[in-house]
Design a protein around this ligand. Structure first.
Ligand code: ATP
Ligand code: MG
Length: 183
């Protein structure tokens, strides 16, 4: 599985529909300070099921919704869609009949988030597991935000072990085991 496209609507500074093609060879996003580079990476993290507002630089999750500007009123919702190419058939079994997957997360002010995979409403948990298994999840080491390197250096051994397990792609396994033990 690999990412092919990210679409943002009403997410942070991306008030107008914006499409970011993710093609082989993409190595960076450049632009002046404050143009939205980090917001794009956060949109990716968010659509994969991020639950911490802090990790998308908000006080609460509603802060990802376009807050308005002098010229434009605030939005009441935000939506991010991530398209995945699954022609290699590596998606988890329940999603694996599709050659292309589109994962969508939508948030409405004061109402929280809903997720869809190819149009069908899906539990947040299943979206998180879909990406945890691919070692790309919202909290995965594949996404290192500004300031994170210092955090890793000062992390407790148990936290560092969690990072290594994520990199090794076994976090999804642990999460499922914990869920099974709670039943
Ligand atoms: P730098 O080069 O400094 O790292 P950047 O390109 O990463 O900058 P971002 O941090 O992605 O820039 O974008 C910051 C901009 O996004 C700021 O102008 C901020 O006001 C705007 N922004 C963040 N949240 C919202 C929101 N909810 N509504 C509107 N604008 C927002
Ligand atoms: Mg930035």
């Amino acid at each position: 599985m690999h990412f092919t496209r990210l679409r943002l609507r009403g997410f942070k500074s991306f008030v107008d529909p914006t499409e970011v093609p993710i093609e082989p060879g993409l190595t960076g996003i450049v632009g002046p300070n404050g143009c939205g580079k980090s917001n794009i990476v956060e949109a990716l993290r968010w659509v994969m099921g991020e639950t911490s507002a802090k990790r998308v630089r908000g006080g609460e999750m509603d802060d990802v919704i376009f807050a308005g500007s002098r010229a434009r009123p605030q939005h009441t919702w935000a939506e991010v869609a991530l398209t995945l190419d699954n022609r290699d058939g590596t998606a988890p079994a329940r999603f694996n009949d599709a050659g292309e997957l589109e994962v969508t997360r939508r948030i409405e002010r004061e109402k929280g988030s809903t997720y869809r995979v190819n149009g069908a409403e899906t539990r947040a948990r299943d979206v998180q597991l879909l990406f945890a298994d691919q070692a790309t999840g919202a909290g995965a080491t594949a996404l290192v935000s500004q300031g994170r390197v210092t955090h890793v250096i000062h992390a407790k051994p148990s936290e560092r072990r969690q990072l290594l397990e994520e990199a090794a792609g076994i976090t999804g396994l642990h999460t499922r085991r914990r869920e099974a033990e709670q039943r």
